[in-house]
Design a protein around this ligand. Structure first.
Ligand code: IMP
Length: 429
């Protein structure tokens, strides 16, 4: 019966893997609902530090069922690589544990090539995508010409469908982008081989989730990216091509709203963003650099350095509304230790007027004009990474957390204070 959704409240990289890993302990089925291998979660557990891109973070618990849902786009080659990596660490990724929804769409090498080509063509207007072919694969899905994972069930027709799609992509690569065609036979063979291994993992994802819910099992929905990268309600066009929102979990997995018991919004204690696009509280100074160094703000997927800035509660209030958050999980609070004065954006100044709400739908030009109005709070010096009870936090750290709660109206039930699995303060009431 219980369904918990874990969503990112900012531009991704909030540390969702950590929180999913925490909730996975009580879940039966962990299901990824959007995106593809553009995501990167680092999970540290039992002496292991694993970078996951597609496989739900719950895979590290031996008794959990994991699903890659219909709302995702899956590069079969990346998935196989990740499965091999996990097997190398002794993690069971057999079809009994790891399921792939037949409705998920596939990413081919030609999708990746088109992603890169379209970014090059945009020049200075490039979006800064991860180059994983995410946009082109979702575009094929929306154009209703995409390949679905379920087609891997029938090797003969699958190979034909792959060949036809690669040829169509090649035409575009040559004609629109002036690039070389990709080798059709090689891609078909690669995909055919991948399909042999992946076919036993295929399931009807919505049925699997529906049955789990009917049996009273706890379903944990794992989001990738974050609210502001949402295709509908994010900072378009600097967004990804899926819906990382809680609503994306319902549509991407086949769950009705009545089933949802908890929506946990993961928020980094400051803000980061990779790729291009407006970022009102960005810091182009030593404090931003300090956050990057101390917080290891480099992408798990691309290694790109992340842009860093102050916490923005205009964004968090927006995330609270559009996702229906019940809780906040505040991550990386420890990274702020040692910064003498902290700033929190509480509103924006736009052409001399105060705005309390995040104007996502008005697009990048309006966002460029949003100048944060800050509140200042005193920082703390202490190392907080060993603290496990909220009341043991230094007074200023506690004041920072409670101010965020007051500004968003959402309880910060979880606060992570260090990279280790157990470095988490839980304040369930
Ligand atoms: P795409 O998802 O590769 O098409 O990239 C579109 C935008 O989303 C770019 O700004 C990427 O940097 C951003 N993005 C995609 N995945 C992630 C993620 O997991 N974390 C942070 N940003 C991401």
């Amino acid at each position: 019966m219980p369904t918990t959704i874990i969503v990112g409240t900012q531009w991704g990289d909030e540390g969702k893997g950590r929180i999913v890993d925490y909730f996975a302990a009580q879940a039966d089925l962990i299901a990824r609902y959007n995106g593809g291998d553009n995501a990167g979660h680092t999970v540290k557990a039992e002496g292991l530090e694993l970078g996951l891109h597609l496989v739900p973070s719950g895979i590290l618990y031996p008794d959990k069922l994991c699903l890659i849902g219909a709302g995702t786009v899956v590069n079969p080659l990346s998935l196989l690589k990740e499965m091999e990596m996990l097997q190398g660490y002794g993690v069971d990724v057999s079809p009994a544990r790891l399921k792939l929804a037949a409705g998920a769409h596939l990413i081919l090498p030609t999708h990746r090539a088109m992603d890169g080509a379209s970014e090059t063509q945009r020049g200075k207007e490039a979006l800064g995508t991860t180059g994983r072919g995410i946009g082109p694969s979702y575009a094929d899905k929306a154009r209703r010409v995409g390949l679905r994972a379920g087609q891997m069930h029938d090797p003969g027709t699958f190979a034909e469908a792959v060949g036809a799609l690669v040829e169509a992509h090649n035409e575009r690569l040559v004609r629109l982008y002036g690039l070389q065609a990709q080798p059709v036979d090689d891609i078909v063979n690669q995909m055919r081989k991948a399909a042999e291994t992946l076919a036993p993992h295929l399931v009807d994802g919505a049925s699997l989730v529906g049955e789990a819910l009917a049996q009273g099992k706890h379903v944990l929905c794992e989001g990738a990216q974050g609210t502001l990268l949402d295709l509908n309600l994010g900072t378009y066009p600097y967004v990804t091509s899926s819906s990382p929102l809680s609503g994306g979990a319902l549509a991407g997995l086949g769950i009705g709203p009545k089933e949802v018991t908890r929506v946990v919004g993961v928020a980094k204690a400051y803000t980061t963003r990779v790729g291009a696009g407006p970022f009102p509280t960005e810091l182009d100074d030593d404090t931003g650099e300090r956050m990057r160094q101390v917080g290891h703000e480099y992408g798990v997927t691309t290694g790109r350095s992340r842009r860093c800035g102050w916490l923005d509660t205009v964004i968090l209030r927006y995330a609270a509304q559009v996702n229906g958050l019940t809780d906040i999980a505040l991550t990386k609070l420890d990274v702020l230790s040692g910064i003498p004065v902290l700033r929190i954006a509480v509103a924006y100044d736009v052409d001399g007027e105060r705005h309390e709400r995040f104007p996502a739908e008005w697009g990048a030009e309006i966002l460029e004009k949003c100048h944060p109005i800050y509140e200042e709070l005193p920082g703390w010096e202490e190392d907080i990474s060993e603290i496990r009870r909220r009341e043991d936090l230094p007074q200023n750290a506690l004041a920072y957390v409670t101010r965020i709660e007051a500004l968003t109206g959402i309880p910060a039930t979880f606060t992570s204070v260090g990279p280790k699995r157990e470095a988490m303060i839980v304040n369930e009431t």
